[in-house]
Ligand binder design. Structure first.
Ligand code: SF4
Length: 254
């Protein structure tokens, strides 16, 4: 596969997880096979006819090109966004692993021609696809989707397999787990998640980022007292629990 559907390519500040604040080039792939209730990129859930591309990094002046995009063109667009100013390239979506065959050809060329570290954001439910590209990845931000609040069905087995693939990776610098929580999240599911992570990672356990959902008309994050209670309970069984909201939203970046 030498073509892919993308919805956006642009320069922005990473607003989630341990690398919050770094500058990245975001390559946002179209289509996702999950339908999280809080999805903040609904425009990327479908096969977009056009991809919106920033002309100069950080200026928010865009042009559109027709999808699908081939590898040469994608590399050219990334090169025009001043890669030297960026920490890494974020493969995001949608679900980028739906393009694992494309990425398997694209990522070696990206590494060779641009040499930016590669940061994958994934729903954490496509272990076979992850396995195809794991050796090209430097960072993985993996989601755990909890049945009580994500509306994605039960993904425990997929999450476990995904962790197993990442645990064997040779070049990976870091993996962490992001869990979006709402006022509907069941604490038992958080504890189940931790036990599942511990069953795979016997040491060097990945950090867990509890991300209070960004409030909408229909979804509410846990309040302060609830967050303190949840974090305290989890810290009793797992030392690496941080609570961080979507920082990019706080600075008005979508
Ligand atoms: S996995 Fe991400 S892109 Fe897919 S529906 Fe959930 S939030 Fe949206």
């Amino acid at each position: 596969m030498t073509n892919a559907y993308l919805s956006e390519i642009y320069s922005a500040i990473q607003g989630e997880g341990p690398l919050t604040g770094i500058r990245q080039i975001f390559a946002r792939f179209s289509i996702c096979d999950l339908h999280c209730i809080w999805c903040d990129t609904p425009e990327s859930l479908i096969k977009n006819e056009f991809c919106t591309i920033e002309k100069i990094a950080g200026t928010r002046t865009f042009h559109r090109i027709k999808n699908p995009i081939n590898i040469n063109d994608l590399l050219s667009h990334i090169k025009l966004l001043s890669p030297e100013l960026h920490h890494s390239i974020s493969l995001t979506g949608g679900e980028p692993l739906l393009y694992s065959d494309f990425l398997n050809i694209f990522l070696p060329r990206l590494k060779k021609e641009i040499s930016l570290p590669v940061y994958l954001e994934s729903g954490g439910h496509r272990p076979k696809e992850l396995n195809k590209i794991i050796n090209f990845l430097d960072y993985i931000s993996m989601d755990f989707k909890l049945p009580s609040s994500a509306n994605t069905g039960i993904l425990w087995d997929k999450h476990k397999e995904f962790l197993e693939v990442s645990a064997k990776a040779k070049n990976l610098q870091n993996i962490w787990i992001k869990i979006v929580i709402t006022n509907e999240t069941l604490p038992d599911e958080l504890i189940y998640s931790i036990n599942l992570i511990k069953s795979v990672y016997k040491k060097n356990n990945p950090e867990i980022f509890l991300q209070p959902v960004t409030k909408t008309n229909s979804i509410t994050p846990p309040d302060e007292l609830e967050l303190l209670k949840i974090q305290k309970e989890l810290l009793n069984i797992y030392p690496k629990i941080r609570v961080i909201p979507q920082v990019h939203r706080l600075i008005g970046q979508m």
